[in-house]
Design a protein around this ligand. Structure first.
Ligand code: S6P
Ligand code: ZN
Length: 186
């Protein structure tokens, strides 16, 4: 029987994923209008400044029941006013679908919000492993001075609901207060 080399590799120190058909998105300042609280500070940032990017493996078509997706998110260090660089955040379109996150490098927060808009956060440090419950919006925040990277594994039929967050946001924001991260009511 044949033993083959692995198709994909994940560098456990950096989160870099290599292999055929690794694909991702880039989110620059110009893509994140309305996400951060301080509009004045936001307008001072270069529109093409990178905030975060992903490198993912999609072995089955999006929407397939029973499959899984795998990928790394890299969030640059930075703030908009006192608010740390972060992802847009989303519920899953099939809102009962869970997801797991695991940190490779840097430090951050996983901000979670249930459908009653209760918000809480977990610290993310290398090796930290997080199981995002069903019906829970999730957003990640880089609270450090270096690139923050974490892996994700999620069901291929989960999908993304960005509209609910675009409309109502999260009920708390991760802000730098006296040099440390604090979750402040929005
Ligand atoms: C997908 C998973 C991640 C995020 C990525 C970017 O379910 O949670 O790959 O897509 O961290 O965040 P967002 O909120 O812009 O999709
Ligand atoms: Zn997700």
């Amino acid at each position: 029987m044949k033993i083959s080399a692995p198709k994909f590799m994940t560098d456990w120190k950096t989160g870099v994923v290599t292999g055929p058909e690794v694909q991702g998105v880039e989110r620059r300042v110009r893509d994140l209008d309305g996400v951060f609280a301080d509009e004045g500070a936001f307008s001072q940032l270069r529109p093409d400044r990178l905030v975060y990017r992903t490198a993912c493996v999609f072995p089955v078509p999006e929407g397939t029941e029973g499959g899984v997706f795998w990928g790394t998110t890299f969030i640059e260090p930075g703030t908009v006013g006192a608010e740390y660089f972060m992802t847009k955040g989303h519920f899953h379109a099939k809102a009962d679908r869970m997801e797991s996150y695991f940190t490779f490098a840097g430090t951050g927060l996983l901000v979670l919000m249930d459908t009653a808009r209760n918000c809480w956060a977990e610290e993310m440090t290398p090796g930290s492993t997080h199981l995002i419950p069903p019906y829970t919006a999730h957003r990640t925040v880089n609270t450090g001075d270096d690139v923050f990277s974490f892996g994700a594994c999620w069901p291929s039929d989960a999908g993304h609901d960005y509209d609910s967050i675009a409309e109502s946001g999260f009920s708390a924001r991760a802000m730098r207060v006296d040099g440390s991260p604090v979750l402040v009511p929005a």
